[in-house]
Design a protein around this ligand. Structure first.
Ligand code: 13P
Length: 247
């Protein structure tokens, strides 16, 4: 399995930000791990042009479940593909919160994405209240069962575990807590899609930085990271890529 360092730029970045991508490619032209950046939709075409022929993959941050039609403001999976994306993040907690996305909707989007040949990066994670109430594994199990399409394979699916309370807060679970959730995800995924689950990359996300990347990447069943804030700067994301390549 090739590990994956993925960056989610969220609603950040303009054409000027592409200089960070150029710097990343200059400093990490041939990393051992796989690299993915998911900019806002407005930058996909330009970033994909910059990444053409390099080790960097480009992804979207959401797609509609339908392929086209009267859905103002939305982008379809085939449009992402056409713009140069190879991956798409789906069911990020900010989508689930801001747009009330359900597991069923995330599943339908993942089916659409996989259907056109994109890799679906499906996000799951508990809130602080759910963790405090001891519901973490229940929540993760429900989200996983509902959001991941049947028949997913190691080539079509990546799962990102992002505890909502760790996103953008500088707080992270303990390494044991990450280990427990990732082992649980692997088990549940195996029950759902069989032997393919062994090759599905399980990413940890939530306040991953150069300073904590190495210890997180040493946790069993952590096959990479989904990085928010630290993916915006080439030096920080590059350091995370280097840490994962060395893991
Ligand atoms: P931060 O790395 O900024 O905590 O964001 C994580 C995230 O939500 C990535 O999708």
């Amino acid at each position: 399995m090739r590990k994956l360092a993925a960056g989610n730029w969220k609603m950040n970045g303009t054409a000027a930000s592409l200089s960070e991508v150029a710097a990343l490619l200059r400093d990490h032209p041939t990393p051992v791990c796989e690299m993915l950046l998911c900019p806002p939709a407005t930058l996909i075409t330009q970033m994909a042009a910059l990444a053409k022929g390099t080790a960097l993959h480009i992804g979207g941050q959401d797609c509609h479940a339908k392929s086209s039609g009267a859905h103002t403001g939305d982008v379809s999976a085939s449009m992402l593909m056409d713009a140069g994306a190879t991956h798409v993040i789906l069911g990020h907690s900010e989508r689930r919160t801001d747009h009330a996305e359900t597991d069923a909707q995330v599943n339908a989007k993942a089916v659409a994405a996989i259907g056109v040949g994109l890799v679906a990066v499906v996000c799951i994670g508990e809130t602080e209240g759910q963790r405090d109430a001891g519901q973490t594994l229940d929540v993760i199990g429900t989200q996983l069962a509902g959001s991941v399409p049947d028949g997913s394979t190691a080539a079509t699916l990546v799962v990102a575990y992002e505890p909502v309370w760790a996103i953008g807060t500088g707080r992270t679970p303990t390494l044991q807590e990450i280990a427990d959730v990732h082992r649980f995800i692997r088990e549940r995924l195996t029950a759902k899609i069989g032997a393919e689950a062994a090759g599905v990359r399980l990413l940890y996300g939530g306040s991953v930085k150069p300073s904590n990347a190495t210890e997180i990447f040493a946790v069993p069943h952590v096959d990479g990271a989904l990085v928010g804030g630290a993916s915006l700067k080439a030096s920080d994301f590059g350091a995370i890529v280097a840490a994962l390549s060395a893991a």
